[in-house]
Design a protein around this ligand. Structure first.
Ligand code: GDP
Ligand code: ZN
Length: 398
């Protein structure tokens, strides 16, 4: 690395570029060329917060303003040639175009911004992108992560294999444009995983399948080698071992995972976790809350199988888009009222529906506010109906 070069290294050899460890290559350099002539510098987005983001740029490319945390970041960088700076994102006048909103993993053309601090002026076209599964036309932040080369679908061998779920994750990965890879975790908990691995291989054509254990360390090196060449993201249900795997891959760098200390505009000290993590053996992992939730909102499409009897009842609701809250002619509420459907099961169904919608909306404050208003309204309406029924003397023990 050219760490003794103070100015940004704009030599034609992309491997010598200070951002090579962050995925910079000849193709990005070619796409970036027009911006370079405008005096902009390339940077990779490591985290996005409201209106601002953290961008990894070549050390020395950006002046003092806005470089809070740069010193901390520099110590975390394997090559020593890159620093993390805070930058303003462009005004989000996007006309609903999700590809115009900055997200973690993006390559950006950054204006070093002499006095006012760095500003993201443009995004390089994304090679791959993970889209939220429940798009709403009016919400921004639909893209959860960009430029993920490999999607690691994490599956635990400690619980019964659900190949249907694995297939849903694989299809999510393929549709993002990235190459899926399956990591089968907790192999230390199964005496012989040969058949399980074979079943998974059969269900995952075109994807490598690697058994790993964070406890024994088996397979971790093989996985690290697979990930060394690009940017990876981990997908999978909660509890399958994603965090443990990220920590195992980061190894001694685990402390570096983090914390970018800086201060916000009001002089308060802030600590945020970076979401773009360089691996010691090469490659990067993107770990964002939005992608972590993917397991739950993905489960959305599985709800109809899990609650088949409720879906069957719903066919008889008066309104085809009935949400079984307080609608007249609701067959589901009627079944709850006459005891055919247990109240517990109905509540658990609603809870899961709500959870998946909640997680999908988590990165979007506006949608979230709308949803919580809507839920409060519905809860009140539902409670009123419930009370009315009870008041009518038909008290039911659910
Ligand atoms: P996540 O929700 O997918 O991030 O899962 P976690 O990484 O938090 O792991 C869930 C649980 O599984 C934790 O109690 C871990 O200690 C455990 N775990 C993770 N990987 C392994 C493994 O390879 N072997 C065993 N035995 N336990 C593991
Ligand atoms: Zn209904």
């Amino acid at each position: 690395m050219t760490s003794d070069t103070p100015a940004p290294d704009l030599t034609p050899d992309p491997a010598a570029h200070p951002l090579a460890a962050y995925g910079w290559d000849a193709d990005w350099a070619a796409v970036f060329a027009p911006y370079e002539s405008e005096g902009l510098i390339p940077g990779r987005v490591a985290r996005v917060d409201r209106g601002r983001c953290e961008v990894v740029v070549a050390a020395g490319a950006v002046g003092a303003p806005g470089t809070d945390g740069a010193a901390d970041a520099a110590t975390a960088d394997p090559s020593g040639g890159a620093v993390t700076v805070r930058a303003d994102t462009r005004p989000a006048r996007t006309g609903g175009d999700p590809d115009a909103v900055v997200c973690t993993g993006d390559w950006a053309a950054v204006d070093p911004g002499a006095g006012s601090g760095p500003v993201v002026r443009a995004l390089l076209p994304r090679r791959t992108r993970f889209l939220r599964s429940t798009p709403s036309a009016r919400s921004e932040g639909q893209v959860l992560a960009a430029n993920i080369d490999q999607a690691v679908v994490v599956v635990s061998l400690a619980v019964e294999l659900d190949l249907g779920r694995l297939e849903r994750f694989l299809s999510l990965a393929w549709s993002s444009g990235s190459q899926p890879l399956v990591a089968l975790t907790k192999t230390d908990l199964v005496p012989d995983s040969t058949h399980l691995v074979a079943d998974v291989r059969a269900a995952a054509p075109g994807a490598r399948v690697l058994p790993v254990s964070a406890v024994t360390g088996n397979g971790i090196d093989a996985l690290a080698a697979e990930l060394a060449g690009g940017t990876a993201a981990l997908l999978g249900q909660s509890g399958v071992g994603k965090s443990t795997l990220v920590n195992a891959l980061l190894g001694a760098e685990v402390q570096a995972r983090g914390e970018v200390r800086g201060s916000d505009g009001k002089g308060r000290h802030t600590t945020t976790a970076r979401e773009l993590l360089p691996l010691p053996g090469g490659g990067l992992i993107v770990d964002t809350p939005g992608l972590r939730g993917v397991g739950l909102w993905e489960a959305d499409s599985g709800l109809s199988q899990v609650f088949a009897e409720i879906e069957e009842l719903a066919v008889r609701c008066r309104f085809h888009d009935c949400e079984h809250h307080a609608e007249p002619g609701c067959a589901v509420l009627a079944a709850v009222a006459d005891g055919t459907l247990s109240h517990r099961r109905f509540e658990s169904y609603r809870k899961l529906l709500r959870e998946s919608a909640w997680i999908a909306s988590r990165t979007d404050a506006r949608l979230r506010a709308e949803l919580s208003r809507e839920w409060r309204r519905r809860e009140a309406a539902g409670r009123e109906m419930y009370e009315r029924k009870r008041g009518g003397g038909h008290r039911k023990a659910f």
